[in-house]
Design a binder for this molecule. Structure first.
Ligand code: NAI
Length: 283
């Protein structure tokens, strides 16, 4: 099936980035949130990003105008009737996501594909709220979506080969690299690897083996990573990591995934990371 029009639900950090790369990939895009004000701010952010690309010589003014003209701001779900693909990027709450997929399943045309950008939740569980689990998958972008080159395509239990192949094509048109997560497994690929490293970094800190600064330097210089674990924890949000690790611990029932106490302590102390100016570091 050819995808021409994409509906992005949720105009926060991820939804804004996904709408941006979708429009740059030549798709018509609807971006929607609970409130039109949020969406207008999001479209303003896409516009600023594209203006910077013009300044850097990556786009002409005409190309930028064409891209932004493809993005249609909306609120609610009523406009999703003619989209070929939905990418849901509302906040990480299972029930809110499920409620929205029940509605989208009724509003969207039967051949449309529904995707979630969830960081952790089971794709099969989300798909089960719809009558089209074979046309349901995970499409996991990374933050910031316009910069990060990877998209994990996650197969739910019933996701069809056609759906996977269509989503791979869409990802390539967005100038991203798809990888296929063949089974719906908690944390998919990247978060599963990254989060266990976070846990080990926090254990090193708790055991007094090294300071956050030295652990970050060690990982950056020793593994050639662009950011250290504590920088990345603060960037992504300490609370988000805590919730995802808790979810993985619950799913795997494996002690290795027990969230370190230091994470809980930081949240109780209101240190959530860069977003509120203090986490493992002060900003
Ligand atoms: P965010 O908090 O920046 O944005 C969430 C947006 O969802 C908000 O604008 C909110 O108003 C909207 N929303 C909430 N309920 C809604 C509803 N019923 N209808 C329409 N919009 C609704 O969150 P963020 O960071 O963009 O995350 C969104 C999703 O992407 C989550 O599932 C998250 O786990 C996932 N994700 C986040 C990454 C990150 O690093 N921030 C990376 C990859 C995935």
């Amino acid at each position: 099936m050819e995808i021409k029009k994409i509906g992005v639900l949720g105009a926060g950090a991820m939804g804004t980035g996904i709408a941006n790369v979708a429009a740059q990939g030549g798709f018509d895009v609807i971006i929607s949130d609970v409130d039109l004000g949020i969406v207008q701010k999001s479209v303003g952010n896409i516009n600023s990003f594209l203006n910077k690309s013009v300044e850097k010589g990556k786009l002409t003014t005409e190309q930028k105008d064409e891209i932004i003209a493809r993005v249609e701001p909306q609120s609610g779900l009523d406009g999703f009737g003619d989209v070929d693909l939905v990418i849901e990027a509302i906040f990480e709450d299972m029930q809110v996501k499920k409620d929205n997929f029940v509605k989208l399943d009724k509003i969207c045309k039967p051949e449309a594909i529904l995707c979630s950008n969830t960081s952790s939740f089971s794709i099969t569980e989300l798909a089960a709220t719809t009558e089209r689990p074979e046309r349901f998958a995970g499409m996991h972008f990374f933050n910031p979506a316009p910069i990060m080159r990877l998209v994990e395509i996650i197969r739910g239990y019933y996701t069809s080969d056609d759906t996977v192949s269509t989503l791979k094509d869409v990802t390539v048109k967005m100038r991203k690299t798809p990888v296929l997560v063949k089974r719906d497994s908690p944390g998919f690929i990247v978060n599963r690897i990254m989060l266990i490293q976070f846990i080990e970094a926090i254990k090193l800190l708790e055991e007094g083996v090294a300071t956050p600064e030295d652990i970050d330097i060690a990982v950056k210089l020793g593994l050639n990573y662009p950011m250290g674990p504590f920088e990345l924890l603060d960037f992504g949000g300490v609370d988000i990591t805590y919730h995802v690790v808790n979810y993985l611990c619950d799913e795997f029932k494996d002690i290795r995934w027990n969230p370190p106490l230091a994470l809980k302590e930081l949240i109780r102390a209101g240190r959530l990371g860069r977003k509120n100016g203090k986490g493992f570091y002060n900003y």
